[in-house]
Design a protein around this ligand. Structure first.
Ligand code: EAX
Length: 438
């Protein structure tokens, strides 16, 4: 059977077997009717590999060893576009890939690359596991590929070497690697970034050599590829949800009898659930590790106040921070359950006037306006603070749990580096003068 390169299968199996410590697999592989050469780009620890190991195991069990899968992770057989081309040729039989290059094979796949298309993971799963997902996968048949299922790469976030990205304007001129994908290129060019399409295999070195400032990928990729060695900042933008389709060479698929096809397909769909859980399960832990490795993580989402209530309501945000009178008068208790009295920032409210208006006024009027504004400051502050006590009671009555003594010292300590970061950026000694005011 020339299609399933036997010598290579046995060699790769020996490697895989040794890696997994499951040498007993060898007997099964020799007996296998369908030895599938699988290839993907991520490392042995990444959830693509973990999902594929599980898939290989289940498929082998369920087909009594008739189908075996040899896993080639870490770009052993090339970058994603090359591997997908391999599926068409039949030199590679199976892959889990990002959508990066897939629009080049099935143009409709590009719809999944649109930024902010999915509200959250649940939304993505519903679409991808439903009619739309099945329609998209079916389109691969016309180009010699059998689409099996959607696994997960994750929500993509931006990492940078020199500056923290907090708002769209920060992207101007940033040399960022994007996938070889016209929607991603257009999206980043729209933000004024110098979007550079590049295969994944070249990204780490390019970042290291300063040929690139930035890249964007889900947390498990940032973590398993140790991007913290070459990137200092991580902004949790979640600008695109990246699914990871499981694709098979149509040549391999067509050779399988219907019962084997059914097992291979059903198991791919079943493992999607496990693989997605694994992927999302890693994120929290990996975020912590990235911080330990020295990355600054911006998970605060800058947002105009007008959008906050709705975003909290729709679950697009978990949290916000504001003084009690704002929490109370904007009825945030309708969308927030807990209030921690961190007191992390004192928010003054400057009273400002148009200079045009000011300049038109005679000095006596100017004086009255100024003096009165200063005088009312005292009253207004009293009013504001006077409300807090009463409002706190009301917030409790509305069902909010108030945490009166969060660990403020710990918050202060954790936020200290921000002082160092900004100290030099203001007029000389300004921060010190403020701190020293008795
Ligand atoms: O498929 O090329 C990319 O950025 C992909 O997200 C990554 O390699 C995993």
């Amino acid at each position: 059977m020339p299609h399933f390169v036997r010598a290579r299968a046995v060699a790769a199996l020996a490697m895989l077997g040794a890696a997994l410590g499951v040498l007993a697999l060898a007997a099964d592989i020799r007996a296998a009717e369908f030895d599938l050469v699988e290839a993907h780009t991520t490392t042995a620890e990444h959830p693509y590999t973990l999902g594929m190991v599980r898939y290989a195991q289940l498929v082998r069990e369920r087909t009594q060893g008739r189908v075996t899968i040899q896993i080639h992770h870490s770009r052993q057989l090339g970058d994603e576009r090359q591997v997908v081309e391999g599926l068409q040729l039949g030199t590679v039989h199976l892959t889990v890939t990002s959508t990066g290059p897939l629009g080049g094979f099935v143009p409709e796949m590009n719809v999944l690359d649109l930024p902010f298309l999915f509200r959250d993971a649940a939304h993505a799963y519903k679409v991808l596991d439903g009619e739309v997902g099945r329609e998209l996968l079916a389109k691969f048949e016309a180009v010699g590929i059998k689409g099996l299922a959607f696994w997960e790469n994750g929500f993509r976030h931006i990492t940078t070497g020199k500056k923290l990205i907090e708002r769209p304007a920060d992207m101007k001129g940033l040399k960022i690697r994007v996938m070889e994908n016209r929607v991603h290129q257009a999206a980043f060019r729209q933000l004024g970034a110098d979007a550079t399409p590049m295969a994944w295999g070249e990204v780490f070195t390019s970042l290291q050599q300063g040929l690139l400032d930035a890249q964007e990928n889900p947390i498990p990729i940032v973590s398993t590829f140790k991007l913290y060695e070459v990137q200092k900042f991580l902004s949790l933008t979640a600008h695109v949800y990246s699914p990871a389709p499981i694709l098979m060479s149509k040549k391999s698929w067509d050779r399988m009898p219907p019962d084997i096809q059914k097992t291979v397909l059903d198991t791919a769909l079943e493992v999607a659930r496990v693989q997605r859980q694994l992927n999302r399960g890693q994120e929290e832990k990996q975020l912590g590790e990235l911080r330990t490795k020295g990355m600054t993580v911006a998970d605060a989402t800058p947002m105009a106040w007008g959008e906050v209530f709705t975003s909290l309501q729709q679950g697009l945000l978990d949290a916000q921070e504001n003084p009690i009178p704002i929490v109370s008068t904007f009825k945030l208790y309708e969308v927030q359950k807990f209030l921690s009295l961190t007191g992390h920032v004192y928010s003054p409210a400057p009273v400002l006037m148009s200079k045009k208006t000011w300049d038109r006024m005679p000095p006596d009027i100017q004086r009255i306006l100024l003096d009165t504004a200063m005088e009312v400051a005292k009253v207004q502050r009293q009013l504001n603070r006077g409300q807090e006590e009463k409002q706190l009671g009301e917030l409790r009555a509305k069902g909010m749990t108030v945490i009166e003594h969060p660990d403020r010292a710990a918050f202060r300590e954790a936020m200290k580096p921000v002082f160092e970061q900004f100290q030099g950026q203001f007029a000389k000694g300004l921060v010190q003068r403020i701190v020293d005011t008795k």
